[in-house]
Structures are given as C-alpha cells and as structure tokens.
Write a protein that binds this ligand. Structure first.
Ligand code: ZN
Length: 313
C-alpha cells in the first residue's frame, strides 16, 4: 500500500509541475564483443545450473561472459544549467566512456580483468584468479532532462530513474548517474539492488559530476569527494557486484558463503595497509577495491550462466 501511495505521489507531482521528460540518445558504442549464450558457457564448462559454485571458478579457458550496460546521465531540465555531464562536451564524453574502458585510471573492465591478489592470506587454499572472465560492454550513453530524476526524486537508492528511463531491462544493466539528493552530502556513492534476488536490477550513482569537477586538472579538489575517477570506477565495480549477486565482504553471511574472502578485520571502514587485515575486496568498504575471491567469482559465473544478464536477446 505504501508503494502505491508513493507512485501516486510521483504521478501527481509530475502533473502539477508539468514535468518535462526529455530523453535522447547521444552516443552508441560500437558492438565489438559477442555475448555468449548461457547454454554455450555451461556446455563448454561442463557444469550445470545446480552444481556447487566452486565448479564455476573461472580459468584462462573460461568463456568470457559479457554484461551489457546502459549508462544514463540525469540532467536538470533547464538546458543552461545541466549540473551534470553534457553530451556536447568531448571531455565529458571521454570521461563517461572511460568508466568502462580506457582513460588514465583503472576502468570497471580493468578491475574485473586484472584483479589484485588479496592483501591478507585466505582461509582456504584457493589460489587467486587474475582475470574474472567477466566483461562489461557499454551499449549507449543516454541523457535525460528531468529535475526529479536529477535527484533520483530525493531517494538515495530509489527506483525513480530506473522506473522512468530503463532500457532493455530484461537483458541489460542500467546505470544512472544523478546529481545529488542531498546538497549537504556530496560524497560519491551508489546503490545496486540485486543481491537479495530482487526482480529489478539497476545502479543509481550520485555526485559523480561534482567529484569530476573537483578533480579537473588545475582545479583544487577538496579530496573529500571520494578522491578521483580511480575511486569512482572501483565503486561502480562494487555496485555492479551487488547487482550480480554479491553483498558486502565484511558481512558474516558472505564470509560463510565465500570463506576465501578472509576478512578478519571486521570494521566496515578501514584503510589498507594501515589497518591490519583490512580487506582489498571489491565488495568491501576500504579505499582499495581490487580483489575478488575465486568463490565470489564462481558465484558471479553461476548467476550469469543462468541469468538474464548474459542472454543474447
Ligand atoms: Zn555496497
């Protein structure tokens, strides 16, 4: 009932203020990678959907599973005050593209294809895996002029942007970069429902543009906004981990599922290597998100082998 009222409120608000919803596709990435079907991956790896996760731990011979991604930029409706990235600025477009490929900082694809070793030895004898054999293909960057969407309608993890602008949601992951929902809190961060088996999967990510401006060459940058794109990209890699079925590595539930994450430092916030046993797991909260354990990767591969995200159509 609460949800119904919430939706009605949005509907009324949109009508009262004559909200202009304006979408346009500004850029489409060339399709250069093939997405493998689930049956192909399962046959070649000789595993079924009900076998133990550990059987899915990838090797150098594992077929790469490609997750297709749509990137959405929420802008203010006044074209003179976008307060976010704009499609006509080549620097902005280069930055947005570099989240997944290229650029001066490790991209999301870099994180997943070149994983670091764990900072602290694991509780199992599993050797760590460098290449997750999971990739992300940017299908398009979309810009939406919508004042409500610019703040994700005030919700840190809400579904406003997803409900209104999702594209091919049954087969592709939609990521929304919105402005901010709280002008007093300009830290970067996001939310990625999915690890609890939600029927909807998306990422909403705030304050990326503020962070970008703070770290342009020649601008001061406060250092309080998350650092630089080298921080933003791994954070997006973290949110993607949520969408693909992983929860925070410091939770006891995850420790039970994946003993090889080995995180005896139980504080949520920590800084390696200053804090002993602080994890560098992508799903942790430390400032080093560069490692995924073999069993976490096995879990991702199992879900992708049977899930919508890996299907071709
Ligand atoms: Zn998280």
């Amino acid at each position: 009932m609460k949800k119904v009222l919430y939706l009605i409120t949005i509907f009324i608000a949109q009508n009262i203020f004559g909200q202009q919803v304006d979408c346009d596709l500004q850029y489409t990435a060339p399709v250069t990678q093939k997405s493998y079907s689930s049956s192909l991956a399962c046959v070649n790896e000789n595993v079924g959907s009900n076998t133990n996760d550990v059987l899915y731990e990838p090797t150098v011979n594992t077929l790469i599973k490609t997750v297709r991604v749509n990137l959405h930029v929420m802008q203010k409706s006044n074209p003179l005050i976008p307060d976010n990235f704009v499609s006509t600025n080549p620097d902005h477009m280069a930055y947005l593209n570099s989240i997944f490929n290229g650029g001066n900082y490790p991209s999301v694809n870099d994180v997943y294809s070149n994983l670091d070793a764990p900072l602290w030895g694991g509780a199992t004898n599993d050797s760590y895996i460098v290449d997750s054999r999971i990739r992300f293909q940017l299908m398009g960057i979309y810009f939406h002029k919508d004042d409500l969407g610019w703040s994700n309608n005030g919700g840190n993890c809400g579904s406003y942007c997803y409900d209104n602008y999702k594209i091919n949601e049954n087969h592709e992951l939609n990521i929304f970069l919105y402005g901010t929902h709280d002008i007093n809190n300009t830290s970067v961060g996001g939310c990625g429902p999915g690890f609890n088996g939600e029927s909807t999967n998306y990422i909403v990510y705030k304050n990326t543009y503020i962070d970008y401006l703070a770290h342009l060459p020649g601008t001061p940058g406060s250092g309080l906004l998350g650092g630089n794109p080298g921080v933003v990209n791994p954070l997006i890699a973290h949110e993607i981990g949520h969408c693909l079925g992983l929860h925070h590595s410091w939770l006891s539930t995850q420790f039970t599922l994946f003993p090889d994450i080995y995180s005896p430092h139980l504080s949520v916030w920590c800084s390696p290597p200053v804090d002993q046993y602080c994890t560098n797991n992508v799903m942790g909260y430390s400032n080093d998100k560069s490692f995924l354990s073999p069993r976490q990767l096995g879990h991702l591969h199992q879900l992708l082998s049977g899930g919508w995200r890996e299907q071709n159509n």
